[in-house]
Ligand binder design. Structure first.
Ligand code: FE2
Length: 278
């Protein structure tokens, strides 16, 4: 059974994204949010405080990140720390995101990520024999929520042939004030500009098109809590810093096809097999 109308699918293929309002209930959003909060409370960072930043990404990425593809790990906001390395505020207001296998390892996230409705939705996107590759719970903290510079998700998660879909669930209202997504409508049609891969000397960007993004074409995707935004892996998108006093929580899933080749030089590697929606 189809979840999207033919008109919605044609918008997805033209724009590279599609907003589905009221896709999940307020109750489901709240239960993910409280589970994420519980996980952060139970997390003891110890000495190791790994940050997530899209600035100088290859340099700031560490082994804790690179081995997180089949684990649940916690990444701090770049601006969470004082100059002596201590946190400016409690860890609950300092975590940028949790990743990258919540959908496999946590019962609450597993249940949310593998509903029949989501399985049917991904069938609509014509991803043959879909597999859930990655999940993230993103906090976009008040005041310090970092920007994510303009990118294509396929730069980071690449398959041959190149086909990946991102599912972005608004766990809270997302507006221009608290750092909503922005995207370039139709920008996916220009192809992939670069790959971020495991090179001989660590992570590196391999650039095939070095022209700048036409960021003047970005449009804000302001959505209400419970909305789902579908994103083609080639769609250029970004988000700005959250300078407001409201968080902007989101949960994301990335889906690939079992029929595609998943290269060994992608950053995300697993020791356990990927699973679909069953
Ligand atoms: Fe992205």
């Amino acid at each position: 059974m189809s979840v999207c109308t033919a008109q919605q699918l044609s918008r997805y293929s033209g724009d590279g994204f599609l907003v589905l309002p009221d896709f999940v209930s307020t109750h489901e959003c709240d239960s993910l949010r409280s589970r994420a909060t519980e996980m952060v409370s139970a997390f003891d960072p110890g000495e190791l405080k790994s940050i997530f930043s899209t600035h100088e990404q290859s340099r700031t990425t560490d082994d804790y990140f690179l081995t997180s593809g089949d684990k649940i790990r916690f990444f701090f906001e770049e601006h969470a720390f004082n100059s002596d390395g201590t946190l400016k505020q409690p860890k609950e207001q300092s975590i940028n995101k949790i990743g990258h296998a919540l959908h496999d390892l946590d019962a609450v996230f597993n249940r949310f990520s593998r509903t029949p409705k989501l399985g049917e939705l991904v069938e609509d996107l014509e991803i043959e024999d879909p597999l859930l590759l990655q999940s993230m719970y993103i906090f976009k903290q008040p005041n310090i929520g970092g920007e994510v510079t303009c990118h294509q998700d396929s730069t980071f998660l690449y398959t041959e042939p190149n086909a990946i879909a991102g599912l972005w669930f608004a766990i809270e209202d997302a507006t221009t004030e608290n750092g909503c997504l922005w995207a370039i409508p139709g920008g996916h049609q220009a192809g992939l500009k670069s790959r971020w891969l495991r090179g001989q000397n660590g992570m590196e960007f391999r650039v095939s098109d070095s022209t700048a993004w036409p960021e003047e074409e970005l449009v804000p995707l302001e959505v209400a809590k419970g909305s789902l935004i579908l994103l083609n892996g080639l769609l250029p998108h970004r988000s700005y810093e959250n300078k407001s006093d409201r968080s902007r929580h989101a949960y994301t899933l990335h889906v690939i096809s079992a029929a595609a080749n998943y290269p060994k030089d992608n950053w995300l590697q697993r020791t356990t097999p990927l699973r679909g929606f069953e």
